[in-house]
Write a protein that binds this ligand. Structure first.
Ligand code: NAD
Ligand code: MG
Length: 390
């Protein structure tokens, strides 16, 4: 029986993780869960999965959750300390890191330092502090299993050969809902359209990141840290059907791909059960009915966020953290319908231009750069008078 702690249990990845645990009750036991502020969902998850520990972000919400759950044997904690308790829960063998954004960094590092294997969905953790996270994982002899579908695919494809024989990684991208838009069309994009991802149902932030291609940019940086590849060895291809989840090209010219229906339960289950494969996790792939798989180069002029991620990776040090934090702010403003779709890349570019990268030795230094970038992004939005204009 593998015991699981879940950070972000009320989110898209969190609920899919619980669905996997529910499908295989003889294999997985959920021992600790943490959610942001959805008290009702957290309570129903506690009733259903009976973890001994649960965390909620807000202390007041924790109080009312405690009252609601007083008929069960569960300890309710709150705040960052609470997230850390869940991440490091003594009973857990593996911690699923599925909080969105930098908020997941401190608990994820705590889990690593407590010797927990990590099923990593939260890509911002690696984008923001990749060098530190990888160094801590080595130091505590912890394994990071990718949950992001592209990285799970690469992880699987890498089993076909030796690391030294890998020529490059090819990450696929759906291209998002605006793949065929013109620049003029993009100026008129509304929030509701940006939230309609063609193939995946995900949290709001990553859905917007997919529409701007920032998500793929963040994934390039994630792949760099997970697989130790140089930026020039990581290529992105738009593949609108989202069936080929990613590919590895070996030096002999052979290319190994991983395919499957777009369903996050696949990569989640693989991260939890590796090296074993569990039965009937995702629907079977019927290639004859899909019939056509297409690939094209991403349009980097129309979607500059992808290029910014390569620029940040090459600049190194704190630059990817600044890109990621400024993006969190810009996406929040876009989600609140305060700035337009094309303002998002604008904010990122200006924040990066205003930053001189430094190298990180501690998590506190990472958090300092993160805070600087958030303030800078807010300032850019205010100073430039960025606001939505349809
Ligand atoms: P989501 O918004 O659906 O869920 C986020 C979770 O984090 C929720 O449980 C929320 O309550 C919690 N949370 C948010 N802020 C918090 C805070 N300050 N403190 C504590 N908890 C907080 O997001 P998601 O789509 O599940 O994505 C989670 C992560 O996984 C992201 O980093 C995303 O990039 C990554 N990811 C998601 C998918 C997907 O299919 N959804 C695929 C690949 C990677
Ligand atoms: Mg992905």
């Amino acid at each position: 029986m593998k015991k699981i702690a879940i950070l972000g249990s009320t989110g898209s990845i969190g609920t899919s993780t619980l669905a996997v645990a529910e499908q295989f009750p003889d294999r997985f036991k959920v021992v600790a869960i943490a959610g942001g502020n959805n008290r009702e969902l957290l309570e129903s998850q506690i009733r259903r999965f009976r973890p001994s520990l649960a965390a909620i972000a807000d202390a007041k919400a924790a109080e009312s959750l405690r009252k609601k759950c007083n008929d069960m044997k569960v300890r309710i904690v709150s705040g960052v300390e609470g997230m850390i308790e869940v991440a490091t829960a003594e009973a857990a063998d593996i911690t699923v890191s599925a909080i969105v954004g930098t908020a997941g960094l401190v608990p994820t590092i705590a889990a690593i330092q407590a010797g927990k294997d990590i099923a990593l969905a939260n890509k911002e953790v690696l984008v923001t502090a990749g060098e530190l996270v990888m160094a801590e994982s080595r130091r505590w002899n912890v394994r990071l299993f990718p949950v992001d579908s592209e990285h799970s695919a690469i992880f699987q494809c890498l089993h076909s050969g030796q690391r030294g024989d890998v020529k490059r990684l090819i990450l696929t991208a759906s291209g998002g809902p605006f793949r065929n838009h013109s620049k003029d069309d993009l100026t008129k994009v509304r929030l509701a359209e940006a939230l309609k991802h063609p193939n995946w149902s995900m949290g709001r932030k990553i859905t917007i990141d997919s529409a701007t291609l920032m998500n793929k940019g963040l994934e390039v940086i994630e792949a760099h840290w997970l697989f130790g590849m140089a930026p020039e060895q990581i290529k992105v291809l738009v593949h609108p059907q989202s069936i080929v989840h990613s590919l590895v090209e070996y030096r002999d010219g052979s290319v190994v791909a991983q395919l499957g229906m777009p369903d996050m339960k696949g990569p989640i289950a693989y991260a939890l059960s590796y090296p074993e494969r569990l039965p009937d996790v995702s629907p079977s792939l019927d290639l004859a009915s899909i019939a056509t798989l297409t690939f094209q180069e991403p349009d980097r002029d129309l979607f500059p966020c992808l290029g910014y991620a390569y620029d940040a990776l090459k600049a190194g040090g704190s630059m990817p953290a600044v890109l990621s934090a400024a993006n969190e702010v810009a996406v929040r403003y876009f989600l609140e319908e305060k700035i337009g779709f094309l303002d998002v890349p604008r904010v990122l570019k200006l924040a990066m231009e205003a930053h001189a990268p430094v190298s990180f030795k501690t998590v506190d230094e990472v958090l300092k750069a993160d805070l600087w970038a958030r303030r800078e992004a807010e300032k850019i939005i205010a100073d430039r008078g960025l606001r939505i204009a349809y």
